[in-house]
Ligand binder design. Sequence first.
Ligand SMILES: [Zn+2]
Length: 411
Amino acid sequence: MRGEEPVVVEALKMRALPEGSCDRLFEFLRLYRDAVQMVVDKIWGINERLSKRKLHRLFYSNLMSMGFRAHHAKEIYIYAESLVKSAKSNGGRKPVLRRLSARVDRYDYRLDLDNMTLTLKLHDGCEARLRLIASRERVEKFRGWSNYELVVKYDGSGFWVSIYFKKSVKTLKPRTVMAIDLNFDNATLAIFTLNGKLIKLKRFKTPHKKLLTHRIWVERIQRRYSRSWRFIKGVKNAIDSHGERIRNITWDYAHELGDLVAKLALKHHSVIVLEDLENLKENNKKNKEFNKRLGLWFYHRIQFCIEYEARERNLEVIKIDPRGTSSKCPRCGKKLAENKHRILRCRKCDFIGDRDFIATLNLYKKYVSKYSRCGVPGVALNAPKPNENPSGMRGNKDEVMTSSYTNLYKS
Ligand SMILES: [Zn+2]
C-alpha cells in the first residue's frame, strides 16, 4: 500500500452472525448502497478526473448529514468514483447497484480475533456486533499481520465479512529516533540521530480552541438545565451534537497528525518514541491542565493513530514512562524551574530551553538509555537556543498542520 516497503495483502472471508437484531445492519447496508448510487449518479456526467480533495468537497458534508461517519463518507465517494471509472473505461453503462455490500475503514470497526467478534460502527452512532465463523487454523495465520479494511455483505441468506490483512516483507531498522511530546495545545516532534544530534524539530498546533469551545457550550447548557438536561430531548440533542463535533474534530486531527508523523518517520527511518500514558500520574502537568477539561482520551486517540500509521509503514513504536520528562534537566537531572513562558531553566547547571523541546530530549535520552547499545550521549550539542524558536519550528511553525487540517476538514 503506502510506503516503499514490499507488502503482502490477503483477505480472510468469514460467515458473520449478528448478535441480536440485524435491523440496523440492514438499514446501514441499504443506506450505504443508496449513498454510493447517489454519488455515482452525480459524477457520471462529469468528464474531468476527480481528485480525492474534490470528491471530499462535493460529497463529504452531504454524506455526513445522512448520518455517516467521516471514514464511511470517504469510502463511499472513493468506491463510487472507482465504479464510474471502470464502467467508463470499459465503455459500459452507468452502474446500478443492487447488492448490499459496504467497504469499511479500519477506524470504523473493532476486530477481536481471540474472541472472534467484530463490532461495526454504523450510521447515526449505532453499532452492530457480529460473531465470526472460521476455523482457528485459518485465523491463526493472520496473527502478527495488520488489517486495514473490510467488506461486509449480505448475499440473500446471510452476512459475510472479508477482512483485508497485510504484512510487510521486511521491517525497517531505525537510523534515527523521533520523540513526540503531546500537549494540550501542541504536539512537539524532534528527530535525533543515534548519537544525539538533533536533525529536525517541528511543532503542530492541536485544535484545542475548537474543542474547548464545544466543551464550554456543553457545560453552559448543562449548568442552565442542571436538573433536566438528560430528559429534555432538544437539550439532550444539543449536547450530543457538540459531543459529536468534539469526536469528529479529534479523530480528523489524530488521523492527519498520525499520517504526517509516520511519513516523516519513514523518511528518516525513525523509531518513534511516545509517552506511556498508563504511567501518567495525578500531579502530571497533562492532567492538571487538560484532563479535567477534555480527558486523556484525546492523547490516546492521537497515539492510536500514530501507532497505526507507523505500523502500516513497518516502523517501530516504543512507549516510555514520561515521569519527569517535562520537569527535569536533561543535562544534570535536577528539577527545572520556569524562567518565563514556556522556557525552563536549571538552577544547578544553567541549562535553559523550551519546555516542549526539553520533554522530547528527555524522552530521547530515556529511550537511548533503555534500548540503545551505543550508550547515553550528552545533551544534544545543537539544541536550539531558548530565546529563539527551535530551528525546525522557524518559518514553517505550525503551518503544515493548520493548513491541511483546515482545508480538509472545514465544517
Ligand atoms: Zn541541570
